[in-house]
Design a protein around this ligand. Structure first.
Ligand SMILES: Nc1ncnc2c1ncn2[C@@H]1O[C@H](COP(=O)(O)OP(=O)(O)O)[C@@H](O)[C@H]1O
Ligand SMILES: [Mg+2]
Length: 224
């Protein structure tokens, strides 16, 4: 399916744009191929240096993450990479949680399902690291949560030695904090006391660790 796809023809052949490109962000197209709707995350229009240094690297990393995540519920199927610059994904008919109208109630099971997805990818040795703002959590038209955007994810394998192994555990914890934070924002009535406590007990030390960890993550993303 991907073999016949030509990135330069997407501006004429797409059937929707989920997000326009910016200096640092890829354009997100929707295309239809043989009756199948496919999302294409495409860096081919970014500036030369950014496209070839950062774009290729991010697509490679995200593809690698999707291989680890294969067949997990709540994660789109990845169909592959086109010309090293674009990722083709199953389209999830959805809206990002970030755009969810807070007046509209989410299904009761939404955040439990989200937590189960987080558990499932942690079991495969991956931390997402970018769940907090709700742009990467989708509310499916079926009412279920889906998670996209794995370009910032970190694997347990690349953090196997001290002190990275300790930092990886913080990434894992942070994914859970992100779920609590989103729950606070979009379904505060479902928040459990224990979750409120966990969130409130994030100490100043932890915040300090997070600053160090975030810098380290950026560094790791540059060298791996
Ligand atoms: N597989 C998908 N199905 C439906 N919408 C998607 C899919 N992948 C991405 N999107 C939409 O495109 C937006 C940007 O995609 P994302 O992978 O988060 O890009 P970026 O790395 O630039 O943040 C998401 O917030 C979501 O709205
Ligand atoms: Mg995103």
């Amino acid at each position: 399916m991907l073999k016949s796809l030509n990135l330069s023809s997407l501006p004429e052949n797409h059937c929707g744009i989920l997000r326009h490109s910016s200096n640092t962000r890829p354009v997100i197209w929707v295309i239809e191929e043989k009756g199948l709707r496919v999302v294409i995350k495409d860096f081919s229009n970014s500036k030369f240096l950014y496209r070839n240094l950062i774009g290729r690297f991010l697509i490679w990393r995200e593809r690698r993450a999707y291989k680890t995540l294969k067949a997990l519920k709540g994660i789109p199927t990845c169909y592959g990479v086109i010309d090293g610059l674009a990722l083709a994904l199953e389209e999830i008919p959805s809206r990002p949680l970030k755009k969810h109208n807070k007046e509209m109630k989410l299904p009761d099971t939404f955040f439990d399902d989200l937590k189960n997805i987080v558990d499932s990818f942690h079991k495969r040795g991956l931390a997402h690291c970018d769940l907090k703002n709700g742009a990467n959590v989708l509310v499916g038209h079926d009412g279920r949560p889906y998670i996209v955007d794995w370009s910032a994810s970190i694997s347990k394998k690349e953090c196997r030695f001290f002190p990275l192994n300790r930092i990886y555990l913080r990434f894992i914890l942070d994914d859970y904090f992100a779920v609590i934070k989103l729950k606070m924002r979009y379904a505060p009535e479902t928040l459990r006391l224990e979750e409120e406590r966990q969130y409130a007990h994030r100490s100043h030390v932890e915040r300090g660790v997070r600053v160090i960890r975030d810098s380290l993550r950026k560094f790791l993303m540059k060298i791996v």
